[in-house]
Structure formats: C-alpha cells, structure tokens
Design a protein around this ligand. Structure first.
Ligand code: F6P
Length: 524
C-alpha cells in the first residue's frame, strides 16, 4: 500500500513537532480536528497528526477499501469470512429491520412491559419483581454496563441483577434476598453451551425449584441462537427469545441479550438506545471519511498501533454511570482485534489490536495516571465526559469532575517543561521528577447527557471504530477462535480434578499443580 509506506516514513518525523507547537501554529486546530457524531462531540486534536497524516490515513482507508467493507457489513453481506456469514448487529437497530427482528423486539417489549406493570406472574400467582440475567462475555458485559449507565432510568420496584462468574460467590450474591416465587431467570447464551452460564443456570434453576416446585415455565427465559438447546434445558418456548447466529456476542447489546436491560429501563428507553445506535450506523455509512468520526478514530488507532508503536488504549469515562464501559470495550476491541492472521489465513505484516483497559476518572487519576503522565510508554487515552449530570448534589460535583477531564487532556498533551518546573521553585535535583514530558495523546468524547440514546451512540461509535481497524489490517473482527483452546483444556482439567484419588500422570506438565490443588482442596 503506497499510503502505508508514506505513513511509515512520516511516523519517524511526526514527533519533531510537539503538540504545543502544533496548537501554537494553528489556533483553529481544536475546531478543525473535532466534530460531531450524532449528539456526541469528539475532539481528536491532541494527537500527533497534521493534514498530511490525516490525508494519508484517508488514502490508506481508500486503498484498503474500508468504506466498502463497512458498506458490505451494513448491507448484511458475509463480511465474517472465516465463519462464512454476515455480521448483522446493525440490522438489530435499523427501523426498517427484518420482520423476525421486530417480532422478537415486540415479544421482549410485551414481557418487559408486563413485568414492569406487575401483571406478569409466576407459578404461585405472585408478580415477578426481580430478573436475574445469567451470561458471560458478550452475553453479559454490554447489558450489565448499560444497566449501570442507565440506572437512573431503572424501574424503582423491579430488581435487575446480572451474574457472569463461574465462581459461585457471584450467583449467590445475585440471588441473595430474592424470592424465587417472584423471580425470573434469563439465561443469556448465544451458543447455549458456555460452561460458565450452564453451571449458573443449573444452580439458579435448582434454587427456583426449591422455591416454587417443578413448574418453572414462567420463571426461566432464554436469549439464544440455539432455541432447541434452551428447550432441552426446559425453557418454555414462549420465553425463548432468539438472536441470529450472525450477531456476534460482543455486538449483541441491541439483541434479545438485552432483555433484562429492557425490563429495567423499559421498552421505550431500549428503543431510544437502538435509535441512537442507528444514528451512528448511518453516520458510518453516509459520511465522507474526513468527517466520519468512527472512521477517523479507527484510523487514529491504526496510526498509533501500526506506526507509532503504542500497545494499549486507556478508556477513562468521567462518569460514574459509565464506569463499566472499559470492561465492555475490552471484549469488543480485544476479542475483535486480537488476531495475528488475516482473514485469508496469511500472517499480518505487523501488530494489530491494542490492550484496552481503563477505569472511571477521577479514580483512575489516583491509580494509573502517574504512568500515563510520566511513564516510559506512550498510552493513547480516551477521556469521556457528560455535559449534564444525572445528579449533582449542591451543584458542587459536576463542573469539578469535568474540570479534571479537561485538566488531564491538557496536562497529557502539553506537559510542563524543566524550565517551567524550575520556575515554580522546585529544587534543582527534583526538576526532572516533577517535569511532565507532554505529547501524550488523548481523544475527548463529550456526551450532552447520559441517556439511552447517547449511550447507544457511544457504543456504536466504538463498534465501528473497531471494525475500521480490522478492515485496515485485513483481519476478521467477527470471529474469536482464540478463546476455544482454553475452553477445551478446561473440560480435560475438569475431568482430572474430578478424579479425586486417582493418580495424575507425572508426565503432565501441570501434574504437580493438580496434585497440590487436590491436596489443599481435600484437606480437613
Ligand atoms: O469468550 C468467548 C465467547 O464466545 C464470547 O465471544 C461470547 O460473548 C461469550 O463467549 C459467551 O458466549 P455465549 O453467548 O455463547 O454463551
């Protein structure tokens, strides 16, 4: 790719001009290198880029046919090459979507509405007042994140909880204090084979049976692509909500996997979330590359990863509600981009996906920002803020919170020179310790408020940004074979651990660990 070679050449020189100088030379930089996507305002001016870099990244996108790949995804063509299928998450939020998608949404809305108004009753006639959603990965992270983010919209009398971990502590806490007679368990598993979820489902069903007897037909629902497996586990067909095989787990928030979320926030707000996502889907498909925000953010990610050597991306929401967003994005981006072979099976010519991590600001500032400001690695950071708070006791919190976001963006970008540090009266032997190098890139994403719509927009922005990177690198963002080997080995180790007294073959590399574990486990 000609653009690739030119970018590689530029990468060696881009550090010669500091962000301080870039802003000084171009006072319009913060207006020019920023723009809207739906209701969000995104500012990418604090990156080591200029018009030449952006032009070449646009050329790279053209040469890699990124727009074509996105258009094929939006059109439902089979972009998931290794699994020979489409990636249809955007169809879930299209207002003119397929009839079966609409039918499932209507059934979800009907159940959610009846739970919310108290008319849906369980086996004993008691109204269902609690929903426990079981699932892991994409069948958990998105809905749980959105449930936290939109807690201010949640029905005040319906308890909604999530449980994902195979550690029984998690499910025990999720069921704690609930009455089986008024609880609905939703088993979310696209495959309906995931060990963690199936073990949790068995435990939860046993808990329900103890409370209401054997007829659980009104107490267990399923969101799955394998309705026959749900039926085999006794889920009543009226409460099986399908999702298409072509919806990837980490893209499945707008699907039936969001049932518990819909119960909490209501079908109306759930619909607003879908509409927000659709706004960004249209933006992706209809906006020229120079103003296409998901496209630009994906290209900037490629710039950092492939050309400037960044290995990680920190996501820092200055919003308590969004504190679980990094967890969701971790799966979205790392499961999609953690590939070292291209869709055609050949090796990629360089590094791909970054480590994605983060935590809410301002907590993160008191934990890992030291490394971001003065560490030896440059970590691009996303700083996400919300203009109008959900609550602001005494009017004292929110501007202070946002002032911190702005301060961090500024400190990361512009730092503090030795001279400026010395001028503050810092002892000469401490100047090096107290100076800040600057030129640490960040993107600022501003939401007008934390609503179902803006949350949907934010999630879709990251989904498309992820797909754009994959299209540049030629990898398939929609498969996840890398999780399979561990699953298979866990089955084998499960058998080994179950064989309590039996000797473990000493030639097994893990035999000593197995032996020690059993000894500790079985000790009186
Ligand atoms: O982690 C692997 C994975 O397959 C994810 O892609 C998926 O979101 C998760 O497991 C759960 O899978 P399922 O919804 O089939 O239970």
């Amino acid at each position: 790719m000609p653009a690739w070679a030119a970018l590689a050449d530029l990468a060696g020189r881009v550090g010669e001009v500091s962000l301080r100088d870039r802003f000084a030379l171009d006072p319009s930089r913060s207006q020019r290198l920023a723009g809207p996507v739906g209701d969000l305002w995104v500012d990418w001016s604090r990156h080591p880029i200029d018009d030449e870099v952006l032009g070449l990244l646009g050329d790279l996108a053209d040469q890699r046919d990124v727009s074509g790949f996105c258009a094929r995804m939006l059109a439902g063509e089979p972009v998931n090459a290794t699994e020979g299928r489409a990636a249809t998450h955007t169809a879930l939020r299209a207002p003119d979507g397929h009839a079966d998608i609409g039918a499932t949404l209507d059934r979800m809305a009907d159940l959610a509405g009846r739970i919310r108004d108290g008319s849906y009753t369980g086996a004993t006639g008691a109204p269902i007042r609690a929903v426990v959603s079981l699932g892991i990965g994409g069948s958990y992270l998105g809905p749980a994140m959105a449930h936290e983010a939109l807690a201010h919209l949640a029905h005040p009398e319906v308890t909604v909880r999530f449980s994902s971990s195979l550690d029984g502590t998690d499910l025990t806490a999720a069921l704690d204090g609930l009455d089986p007679a008024s609880t609905l368990v939703v088993i979310c598993s696209k495959s309906f084979t995931t060990l963690e979820t199936m073990v949790a489902a068995d435990t939860a069903l046993a808990w329900l049976r103890e409370g209401v007897g054997d007829d659980l037909s009104r107490h267990v629902a399923a969101a799955t692509s394998a309705p026959e497996r749900a039926a085999a586990r006794g889920v009543d067909s009226d409460l099986v909500f399908p999702l298409a095989e072509s919806v990837g787990g980490r893209f499945s928030l707008p699907s039936a996997v969001g049932l518990a979320l819909m119960v909490a926030i209501g079908p109306g707000a759930f619909g607003e979330m879908l509409a927000g996502m659709h706004t960004v889907d249209r933006h992706l498909g209809e906006t020229p590359v120079e103003a296409n925000v998901p496209m630009l953010l994906g290209l900037l990610d490629v710039w950092h990863r492939s050309f400037l050597g960044a290995t990680s991306l920190a996501v820092v929401p200055y919003s308590h509600g969004l504190r679980r967003l990094p967890d969701h994005l971790q799966q979205l981006m790392m499961e999609s981009l953690g590939k070292r072979v291209k869709a055609d099976g050949s090796q990629t010519s360089g590094p791909t996906g970054s480590v994605v991590w983060g935590a809410s600001g301002t907590d993160g500032q008191h934990a890992f920002f030291q490394l971001l400001h003065q560490g030896s690695d440059v970590v691009p950071v996303d700083l996400i803020g919300v203009a109008r708070p959900v609550v602001d006791p005494r009017g004292a919190h929110h501007d202070a919170l946002m002032a911190n976001l702005l301060a961090q963006a500024e400190a990361l970008a512009f730092g503090r020179t030795d001279t400026e540090t010395a001028a503050l009266g810092v002892a000469p032997n401490l100047v090096a310790h107290q100076a800040f190098p600057g030129d640490r890139p960040s993107t600022v994403i501003l939401l007008p408020e934390l609503s179902a719509s803006t949350l949907g927009q934010l999630v879709a922005l990251y989904e498309h940004r992820t797909v754009v990177q994959a299209a540049v690198w030629g990898i398939n963002p929609f498969d996840q074979w890398g999780v399979e080997l561990g699953k298979q080995l866990a089955t084998r180790f499960g058998d080994l651990l179950a064989g309590a007294g039996a000797d473990v073959d000493r030639s097994e590399p893990s035999s000593e660990l197995v032996r020690r574990y059993r000894e500790l486990r079985d000790r009186d």
